[in-house]
Design a protein around this ligand. Sequence first.
Ligand code: ADP
Ligand code: ADP
Ligand code: ZN
Length: 209
Amino acid sequence: MKLIFLGPPGAGKGTLAVKAVDLVKVPHISTGVIFRSAIAAQSPLGLKVKAIIDGGRLVDDETTIELVKERLVQTDAQKGYILDGFPRTIGQAEALAGFSAVDKVANFDIPDSGVLERLSGRQVCRKCGANYHIVFNKPVKEGVCNSCGGEVYVREDDREEAIRKRLEVYREQTAPLIEFYRKKGLLIDVDARPGVEEVVNNFKKALGL
Ligand code: ADP
Ligand code: ADP
Ligand code: ZN
């Protein structure tokens, strides 16, 4: 199954993707996670994208498309994938259509108030990328990842200025993808407002699982 997770930043895409891999048995591919690992490793890609990401802007289409194209030819992605955070522009969606045929696009529906509440409390493990929230999903030991013991930190782009910028970018560049995929008959709407377990159930129902 080839799935796209579409939705505003902070909608809960990454959190659901981690749960959904057990259901659909395909790899979770997050462009945000790939970029953050590159930044942590200080690779040429990481050095190129750090300031852009910290400021809440989008990495250019050419770089991002190339990255995903290379990832999707790997063996584990042949049976399918969950693409989380890609495509984010019409240009990326058109390019993707040229090298992979997507089965369904899950659109995470949540108002701005919910997004702000989730983003302003998000914490992430520096080592394994696991997601936490200061209210909804605290690590057992403050500042320490439950699964790998890594340092749990607040992303630079989860600070107020960058959050505002990311929501603006989402509205202008990513939201048009909802109609793009609806017209193709691929869109399924997932109510992303409730707690994680309920969102998992909404997702299963929407996919007919
Ligand atoms: P969020 O959790 O807010 O949805 P991600 O972890 O998916 O954010 O992405 C973090 C940042 O990485 C984005 O704000 C953007 O700068 C960059 N990025 C991720 N995916 C893409 C993409 N498909 N196109 C361009 N930039 C991207
Ligand atoms: P995205 O990948 O769409 O940017 P995340 O999965 O990183 O979103 O979730 C954003 C924040 O909200 C994280 O701190 C996460 O722990 C929390 N979160 C995710 N889903 C829910 C939910 N259904 N209810 C409450 N908090 C959630
Ligand atoms: Zn960890």
